[in-house]
Design a protein around this ligand. Structure first.
Ligand code: AMP
Length: 506
């Protein structure tokens, strides 16, 4: 494997096609992937998980469609583990779902049971070894695991189980589960028993899909930081998915959300529910509502798009402004801009166009392109901006690098005033539960006051939605949210840097 670093992004070249299990070894073409976003990187997203138990059906195909629907949660690597009841086969690689899977790779993943994962590293580096599902074999039991979230007690856990090799919290977790497997009693419940022992030892955020040869298991940590839901397939069988939108794509009917602190075991006997943790209050990540989740997903029974529109409406009442048009930053700012426009009666206009296909580019930017930065992703429509007072609406400012370039671009396109309205509060504290912003030195609002941020961004005015406004729009604070990144109030104790960097340095 070759690894090299350039000024603003780094590129990995590696050998593709790594297999585990009984599947044949295909040829190993070499591909290259830019890892750190486009020229000015935004913070990382998290991960998507998907699981299927579908007797008589081809799990890998269903999972691949589920992963397409969860691509927004991670674009770094994708993987599927499938079982025919006897053998687990795993295929995973760096890249988008469409780059990793095709009819040939899917055909080599036989079976009616499986799990899938799309990854954006929040722990561990961007290398093939850290792609998921992670796999271990203990005597006759194979275990595959896919994880969304971030553990906060990895050092303690690694010491406890004597693991000095794992480079991600997910692998550590799998090692702990593998260590607790005892094949002695062959009642088919070895995995379930091992999980019941290990899960209470974990702190932090984990929505998991786990499997052995014959069972699919879904787990949500006791706070339920990350989402996970259950669906039923039309031809029989069950699906687990990070988001409800992934159920829609495979034709599954929404059954329910997996509860915070719940473990479900799915096999020929149906779905069995257990609660292996002590009861605590649910704390779903509020940023799922702000940015992460797809607008066509439902969380806590609320449609995410509708919640984002309510955020925009509330923002218009909290921070009104005289202007000619409301312009969204596509795509994440669109629903909030619609809400702002409806509430303020200021007309809505598209002033920026997003290039949908840029994704992660293989092409190394020249200095000329680097200078033009944001235009790779967004380009203005001057006809809709020229001579106008603009309310520019986005869902969040994290590092401020994108927003600063956007304001400049909108001004260059002729806007006479640019009023920034952000449909979430200032992002001031690092997240240790799965979002890749664990360093407060990279958070603009951790460094500057709101007025200093306005000045830095060169906006005529700047206002953020209040925390109360955000929680009301997302369905009311009684639902239980983690808002640590916006309030500094962490549901569980975390070290100064969480635990993630310790594993990365191994
Ligand atoms: P910046 O001005 O560089 O902080 O970028 C702000 C943009 O990043 C907004 O359009 C947000 O929608 C987007 N954003 C917020 N959170 C994330 C994230 N975790 N990953 C990628 N982009 C994000």
């Amino acid at each position: 494997m070759t690894e090299w670093t350039t000024e603003s992004e780094y590129v990995l070249a590696f050998s593709a096609a790594h297999w585990t299990g009984a599947a044949p070894q295909p040829g190993a073409p070499t591909i290259a992937v830019e890892v750190d976003g486009t020229f000015e990187s935004t913070p990382g997203e998290e991960c998507g998980v998907f699981g299927v138990y579908a007797p008589g059906q081809d799990a890998a195909h269903i999972i691949s469609f589920g992963l397409f629907a969860l691509q927004h949660r991670g674009q770094e690597s994708a993987g599927i583990a499938a079982s025919d009841g006897q053998t687990i086969t795993v295929f995973k690689d760096m890249g988008l779902v469409s780059q990793v899977f095709n009819e040939t790779t899917l055909a080599a993943l036989p079976g009616h049971l499986g799990i899938g994962h799309t990854r954006y590293s929040t722990s561990g580096s961007t290398v093939w070894e850290n792609a998921q599902p992670a796999y271990r074999q203990v005597e006759h039991t194979g275990i595959a695991l896919g994880h969304n979230g971030n553990l906060t007690n990895t050092v303690e856990l690694a010491t406890r189980i004597g693991d000095d090799a794992s480079t991600t919290d997910s692998m550590l977790m799998l090692d702990a589960v593998a260590g607790a497997i005892h094949d002695g009693r062959s009642d088919g419940r070895q995995l379930e028993r091992a999980l019941t022992k290990v899960l209470p030892l974990l702190d932090g955020a984990f929505s998991l899909v786990v499997m052995d040869q014959g069972h699919l298991v879904g787990v949500r940590d006791p706070h339920g930081y990350r989402p996970l839901c259950l669906g039923s397939l039309p031809e029989g069988g069950w699906v687990l998915a990070s988001e409800t939108a992934a159920l829609d794509l495979v034709g599954a009917a929404f059954v329910r959300e997996i509860e915070a602190g719940e473990m479900v075991v799915i096999d020929a006997g149906g779905v069995r529910s257990q609660h292996p943790f002590a009861d605590v209050d649910p704390r779903l990540c509020i940023f799922e509502f702000v940015y992460f989740a797809r607008p066509d997903s439902n969380l806590y029974g609320q449609n995410v798009h509708g919640a984002r529109q309510r955020m925009g409406r509330r923002l218009a009442t909290e921070a009104p402004i005289e202007a000619d048009v409301v312009v969204p930053v596509p795509e994440s700012g669109i629903p909030a801009a619609q809400g702002f426009s409806a509430e303020s009666n200021i007309p809505y206009a598209d002033g920026l166009v997003k290039n949908r296909y840029v994704g992660r580019t293989f092409i190394e930017p020249t200095q000329m392109l680097r200078d033009r930065g944001i235009r790779l992703k967004l380009n203005p429509i001057p006809e809709n901006l020229d001579g106008k007072r603009i309310v520019l609406v986005d869902d969040s400012i994290v590092r401020g690098t994108t927003t600063r370039q956007l304001v400049k671009m909108v001004r260059e396109a002729g806007a006479v005033e640019v009023h920034l309205r952000i449909s979430s509060p200032p992002y001031r504290w690092p997240c240790y539960y799965g979002m890749d912003t664990s360093d407060s030195s990279r958070l603009l609002a951790a460094q500057l006051s709101v007025d200093e941020i306005r000045e830095f961004l060169d906006a005529d005015s700047l206002a953020y939605l209040s925390l109360d406004g955000l929680e009301q729009a997302a369905g009311g604070e009684n639902l239980g949210f983690c808002n640590a990144c916006l309030s500094g109030s962490y549901p569980t104790p975390v070290g100064e840097q969480g635990d993630k960097f310790v594993l990365e340095k191994r």
